[in-house]
Unconditional design. Structure first.
Length: 83
């Protein structure tokens, strides 16, 4: 499946660290959230440890084990704490 991509959206501090709010990310077949976070950490070392980041796939919060497929919209953001 050549040319397959997902739409990555970066929020808040993640967007500041990578210097953009969105990008098309190549995807060869399927991936998991954990694999995507590892790849993000490799491309953007300033995000490390990237495994702490949270994901939403197609506007639904997702666990690192969730499957990501071509055409998905994936939001990447910092964990949020409240008080």
């Amino acid at each position: 499946m050549n040319g397959a991509t997902i739409d990555l959206l970066y929020f808040a501090r993640v967007a500041e660290l990578v210097g953009k709010r969105a990008e098309a990310w190549p995807l060869d077949g399927e991936s998991t959230g954990a694999q995507l976070l590892a790849a993000l950490g490799a491309r953007y070392p300033q995000l490390e440890p990237a495994s702490r980041l949270k994901l939403a796939i197609n506007q639904t919060h997702a666990k690192p084990s969730a499957t990501i497929r071509a055409g998905d919209e994936v939001a990447v953001f910092e964990p949020v704490t409240g008080g």
